[in-house]
Design a protein around this ligand. Sequence first.
Ligand code: PAF
Length: 281
Amino acid sequence: MNIVSSVADVRSQVKDWRRQGLSVGLVPTMGYLHEGHKSLILRAVAENDRVVVSDFVNPIQFGPNEDLDSYPRDLDADARLCEAAGAHLIFHPRPEDMYASDFCTFVDMSHLTEGLCGKTRPTHFRGVCTVVSKLFHIVAPDRAYFGQKDAQQLAVIRRMVRDLNFDIEIIGCPIVREEDGLAKSSRNTYLNPEERKAAVVLSRAVFLARSLMERGERNASVVLAAMRACIESEPLARIDYVEAVDAVSMQPVERIQGPVLCAVAVYIGKTRLIDNVTFEG
Ligand code: PAF
């Protein structure tokens, strides 16, 4: 498995694979890989002849007071995980390989990006759409793999691919959880032992939502009130949002009908974590 940092090197490797008639899968990541990422890579390896993992902490998707500088990084550990999972290439560019000093072109989206995480992170999805578009142009994969934990991101990318005619299949993969239910996330490493225990309240809230909907509850405000009460019972938790939205349009719903996403963002101490469940209706 190779690690390359230049766009030209990725392109020349992919061109070579294409000449041999091989299919290519892309797993975009910000590194500090865990079992959740590994599940994406394993799926990509099963479905493609060659797999590229991008490993890049994308500066333009972080707001001014967010954790860009402290975001965890460990390329050696990432390389071991990618190799074990069967990936063929890691693309690990430096910020200057991706963004020229006079870079000024962005991919922006309305509607889907205004609620949920977009409310507290107003420039986040512009950064995500821009970097993912660039990765799609650089790698030109047949398929790209994203986790359902970032459900709004997945919906945004599906819409971008449709709206901008990328000829790439987007594959959403299930959330991978710790034994106690906490969704795997690179940001879990920020939690101290007490916060780590408290963080399980996110998964408790989304599992509660799922069980209420499975038992027939169709009033979104009842589901949301139960989720809020569950989270508020944890003293270290501070709610950013608790929402029920249409799983495609990301617009709030009053009735649970058709695919509905119940999503939460919660601060545990200073760490903002997200979780969600989709109910197919
Ligand atoms: O989900 C992530 O890790 C990032 O948002 C992504 C898709 C790699 C873009 O930087």
